[in-house]
Ligand binder design. Structure first.
Ligand SMILES: *Cc1c(COP(=O)(O)O)cnc(C)c1O
Length: 401
């Protein structure tokens, strides 16, 4: 990974910035998670364009690695997978807008439902097309975002069971603090699992046993073996990131127990220097003239800015990039399209030099986890911020069929 990737994939006229997506690492992670989850199935969460990695290539690679389900947030995202020729089951993680149900049915997507009007709309759309649609019923057990409250779950499932065009495919829920390590978080998550188990028992007693029950996101998959149930829905771990820094040891133990190797990062982020200049001590580069250079320094301009996913606060938070195998601080405020990097007394820095924002360079590394820590956020947001102006260069084979 220390070699600059083939910019041959970029046109010579392009701004020299790119994100490399390594599908061999993605397949590896899918196989690790499938092994960890087994006998539960692995659902690869590829919403938000595969967390910014590219939904269709990621989905294919995840399926090659052992995932059997895919999940997305919106109907459009599901249609995109179908248009790419992907035939695996695709779960929509929220109830689609009622007018979208004909499109859901036509593309054989699996909607989540939790309202009677949602059930009626997907039932009508199925009847109109003469097909039977699988639906997953979501229970709200404490996230309080979407899902039917416990008392309403039986009614929603009954509505599904009495609709000729529908099949009750699964009962599921979602955890807000599975990545937490406090005793409170643990009790909350276990309480949710207990509620879900209670709902399953009630549905069985009512003659409507759920064919499948699922709950775990990446965090729960590692930390709560009892949450793996029939299927786990993994996003961030699929992209090679342990869900929270505090969970590293929990994950290491879980992977060890499953006889599975470590996760590998999938995405690395690159650019080339476009200008270098020598500035005097106390010069203040970029907007706001916020910080004086501590010494006479070579300052490199790199053509990536906040419109590309480097937040403005990356400067004030002390963010760095790799250049010449060394961590270098920013010399001033991030602008929309460019950053300035303080290369100190290093005369060796020149135009065209390879800059790594996320990834490895000559033995040094800068991870997405570190970006998240620097910015006070989670890796999910770092990935999703990488903008559309940054071409994704797919390596690692496969994923293209
Ligand atoms: C996004 C999402 C996931 C995946 O979460 P990760 O933390 O990325 O594993 C799972 N389930 C639901 C409902 C989600 O919205």
């Amino acid at each position: 990974m220390s070699d600059p990737p083939r910019t041959g994939a970029l046109p010579a006229s392009a701004r020299p910035v790119w994100a490399e997506v390594d599908l061999s690492a993605l397949r590896h992670n899918a196989s690790v998670l499938a092994r960890l989850a087994s006998p539960a199935a692995l659902c690869a969460v590829v919403k938000a364009d595969g967390y910014g990695h590219g939904a269709a290539p990621v989905a294919r690679a995840a399926l090659e690695g052992g995932a059997t389900w895919l999940a997305v947030a919106t109907v459009d995202e599901g249609v995109e997978l179908r248009d790419a020729g992907i035939t695996a089951p695709v779960l929509l993680l929220s109830e689609p807008p009622l007018p979208a149900m004909p499109e859901v049915v036509a593309h054989r997507l699996t909607p989540t439902v939790y309202t009677k009007s949602g059930v009626r709309a997907v039932s009508d759309a199925s009847a109109a097309s003469g097909v039977v649609t699988d639906v997953h019923v979501k229970a709200n057990t404490g996230m309080h975002r979407v899902g039917a409250d416990g008392a309403d779950v039986l009614g929603v499932v009954s509505a599904v069971a009495s609709s000729p065009g529908l099949r009750f495919g699964a009962l599921w829920t979602h955890f807000p603090v599975a990545d937490g390590v406090s005793e409170d978080d643990r009790l909350f998550t276990e309480g949710q699992l207990a509620q879900l188990a209670g709902l399953r028992v009630a549905l069985e007693a009512a003659g409507m046993p759920p064919p499948m029950v699922h709950a775990a996101n990446s965090a729960a998959t590692g930390a709560y073996p009892g949450s793996r149930l029939d299927m786990v829905r993994c996003g961030i771990a699929l992209y090679g990131v342990v869900p929270a820094p505090a969970m590293r040891s929990v994950w290491a133990r879980a992977l060890d127990e499953a006889g599975a190797p470590a996760l590998r990062p999938v995405l690395s982020w690159h650019a080339r220097v476009t200008l270098v200049r020598l500035l005097d001590e106390a010069e203040r580069p970029s907007y706001g003239r916020l910080a004086p250079l501590p010494a006479r320094s070579w300052v490199a301009t790199v053509p990536l800015g906040y419109a590309d996913g480097v937040p403005r606060r990356y400067f004030s938070a002390g963010g760095t990039v790799l250049l010449g195998g060394t961590r270098r601080p920013l010399a001033g405020m991030v602008t929309m399209d460019q950053i300035v990097v303080d290369c100190g007394v290093d005369e060796g820095v020149s135009v065209g030099d390879h800059v790594v924002l996320i990834g490895e360079q000559d033995g040094a590394s800068l991870t997405t986890e570190e970006w998240a820590e620097t910015l006070g956020t989670i890796a999910h947001e770092v990935f999703c911020a990488i903008g559309r102006r940054v071409p994704r260069v797919i390596v690692g084979g496969g994923g293209n069929r």
